[in-house]
Design a binder for this molecule. Structure first.
Ligand code: PLP
Ligand code: ZN
Length: 420
């Protein structure tokens, strides 16, 4: 364990990192883990790390965990960073990479954070937990909660794709369906419930452990690419994934493994743009804005980010990133493009790709830059929202060789055997 303390963003009070965690007990601010990087630098052997299993746990020196050998795992992390063969070239980008987190155990990048936070709960004997979800967090919370025998309660928003409720129900945790208009209405609920029923909160940032796992993006990308990419593009709901990646790159720089940060770009739906508005108006705090039901990207439809989005706004400034708003049409274009790359992504999962056209058109990204888009969630959970890939409907023919060959001549000229 190399974490020194938890520090409050607002009053800077420090706390010993142990047991039941939530907001700052003094002022209600958000807590952040602080580490002894000199000590970590002294023991972290990059080559040895690369010999460990490909999960988030290979970076355990940089995570709040006491006993990495017996850590909770379902194989999360270590996902492939695929060179783009279709989307990149279509935009004139020579070095676009797709970090494919649709391959996670429950189909979204949330598994990184829930593996780590459930492991924390296990190590400190936490018996009960609660989370809010627009889909993926609840699946991940319940799957990992089951692995440690946690008593869990899931609060899920209404109006999601029907598959989401089915998948949640299969994990067997009690489910509360919440009707609300703005997330501001939900925020106060958690502390109240946590207090009354002794539940640890697993909502991003209210639980300071979850986003620590998102630092592994930085470590994995440096390990995969061998260099810091010029750009990383990430969708944002609460900003836990984005902030975690920023923290990870900052740590690598602090320890001297890299000498610059990528430009970290953040993507929100046009329907809920609080960070985009704040950033473009030069504010360091968001105001609630937008309508979460007005986009197909339900996993990132957040009108009122916890902590007023201050962490994300700080990271945008520090890295010179852009804040991009995407429309549902942009998202469908991105889902189609990803289909041609062999990846089924949900709308939010395709949001980083959906932002690329704007990033290229404004010159923020140049043709030779290395760009990583995180594909955060699988399209298999929202089949109904996937666009059609083919312009033409499928052919329907009797299974007779002559008839099929005849029909296919419209697609292909007959060629030599083996096709070469
Ligand atoms: C939760 C989620 C996001 C947003 O992540 P945050 O850490 O809340 O910003 C993006 N994409 C998908 C698929 C998600 O499930
Ligand atoms: Zn405080």
């Amino acid at each position: 364990m190399y974490e020194l303390c938890l520090e409050c963003d607002d009053c800077h009070a420090t706390l010993e990192p142990r047991g039941f965690l939530g907001r700052c007990p003094r002022c209600g601010g958000l807590l952040e883990f602080k580490y002894d990087y000199a000590a970590i630098r002294a023991v972290l052997d990059w080559e040895a790390v690369r010999g460990r299993p490909k999960t988030i746990w290979r970076w355990h020196e940089l995570l709040p965990v006491r006993d990495p050998e017996s850590a909770v795992t379902m194989g999360e992390g270590g996902t492939p960073c695929l060179p783009s063969l279709h989307i990149g070239p279509s935009l004139g980008l020579r070095r676009l990479y797709l970090k494919n987190d649709t391959l996670m155990p429950t189909g979204s990048f949330k598994d990184r954070g829930f593996a780590l936070s459930m492991n924390w709960a296990r190590e400190w004997g936490i018996r009960r937990g609660i989370t809010y979800t627009s889909g993926n967090a609840g699946h991940s919370f319940a799957a990992y909660g089951r692995r440690i025998g946690l008593e869990g309660l899931v609060m899920m928003r209404t109006g999601l794709a029907p598959e989401r409720y089915k998948l949640q129900s299969l994990l067997g945790y009690p489910l509360v369906l919440l009707d609300f208009n703005s997330f501001a209405e939900v925020d106060g609920l958690f502390s109240r419930l946590a207090e009354e029923f002794g539940l640890m909160q697993f909502v991003n940032f209210l639980n300071p452990v979850r986003h620590e796992a998102m630092k592994t993006y930085a470590y994995e990308l440096l390990s995969d690419l061998g260099v810091v990419p010029e750009h990383m593009v990430q969708p944002m709901g609460t900003g836990g994934g984005y902030w975690g990646a920023y923290k990870g790159f900052s740590e690598l720089r602090e320890m001297g493994f890299i000498d610059r940060l990528p430009a970290l770009h953040v993507v929100q739906p046009q329907a809920t743009p609080p960070v985009i508005e704040a950033y473009n108006e030069g504010r360091m705090e968001c105001r609630p804005t937008g309508d979460p039901s007005a986009t197909i990207a339900s996993s990132i439809a957040a009108d009122d980010p916890i902590g007023k989005g201050r962490r994300v706004l700080r990271a945008l400034r520090a890295t010179g990133g852009r804040a991009i708003a995407v429309s549902d049409d942009d998202l469908r274009w991105a889902m189609s493009g990803l289909g041609r790359e062999g990846i089924w992504a949900e709308p939010a999962g395709a949001a980083a790709v959906a932002a690329l056209r704007q990033l290229v058109a404004t010159g923020a990204i140049q043709p030779n830059d290395r760009v990583v888009c995180v594909i955060t969630g699988s399209g298999l959970k929202e089949i109904g929202l996937l666009p059609e890939g083919n312009a033409r409907p499928p052919l329907r023919i009797q299974a007779d060789p002559a008839a099929v060959c005849d029909a296919l001549r419209g697609y292909w000229a007959p060629t030599a055997k083996g096709g070469v």
